[in-house]
Write a protein that binds this ligand. Sequence first.
Ligand code: ATP
Ligand code: MG
Length: 356
Amino acid sequence: MSTSYQIASIPGDGIGPEVVSATIQVVEKLAKTLGTFQINFTHIPWGTNYYKEHGRYLSEDALTTLRKYDAGLFGAVGDPDVPDHISLWGLLLAIRGPLQLYANVRPVRTFPGTKCPLNTATGGIDWMLVRENSEGEYSGQGGRSHVGQPWEAATEVAIFTRVGIERIIRFAFETAQSRPRKHLTVVTKSNSMRNGMVLWDEIAASVAKDFPDVTWDKMLVDAMTVRMVWKPESIDTIVGTNLHMDILSDLAAALAGSIGIAPSSNLDPTRKNPSLFEPVHGSAFDIIGKGIANPVGTFWSAAEMLTWLGEKDASAKLMQCIENVCAAGILTPDLGGSSSTQGVVDAVCSEIEKLK
Ligand code: ATP
Ligand code: MG
């Protein structure tokens, strides 16, 4: 009997439903064609429409519900009618924290059909970005006083814990160790932030001793942006805080060629909770309903999900099918092509058919 996986499908807002439904078609086709695993997607309607109806982004028993699944596939959150900090905290951050999805992992690789704007020896980049996903600058702690007065003040407290830093740095070293180049760059800002960032530096130096086969360096986040553009070949795996890697990962996705293809995994490396997989892009309301959303970021996220679930072979085959389709020039308009979302789905399904 092949393993059967139960997946929570949370399409969310904007183009989320379009890219998630595209991905379900492709993954179901893969499972059926290979016959080596089974997969069932259960639709969960959380998002801004749910909020407009119920006054909350998630159901009250959301965490208990999610824990019944092996993993979650998420589309996007964000709607022009609702301030972003309400939708983001209402949905994604309300899941990531309690489920301790503390590692956000983003492979960044130039794909066939995408154009890396950098001049690299290989014509592209191949990096792995690891973002601390549970604390730091996005702790949500702080407040405002003297509201509306000229002397109004606001604090936004970044909380860094030894446990939180150590577990993400250890995870990043393990990730770097699993890659051919085995190099890790630890990004901080310890020249101007003398508490939490210095603790990051200290813990990195200490954890590094457990990984003698991994080379590593540390870099200030501002200098890192320059290095990403000027010396992309010197980079392999990067780890940093919630805020720093939020910014660097968008930069990296753009440097790889497109935000529409970039995947992201929110992992609980202890595997006590289901991990959540989602494309890097947002709800992109400007193209909603036009049938041209690029589904590749969500396809790749689903491939990452299959790897996490233990289906490495199926994941590699899916990636090959996606790359073949991109290499054949079957691309959505954001990548300069003229294909529709469904056109890309159909082309990937035809590639999968050839795996028989
Ligand atoms: P959010 O506020 O959730 O970040 P957004 O609307 O700002 O959402 P982004 O993901 O930041 O969307 O993308 C910026 C722009 O890039 C979009 O407005 C859209 O034009 C384009 N874009 C993003 N994702 C895709 C995609 N999957 N396919 C095609 N175009 C995309
Ligand atoms: Mg955006």
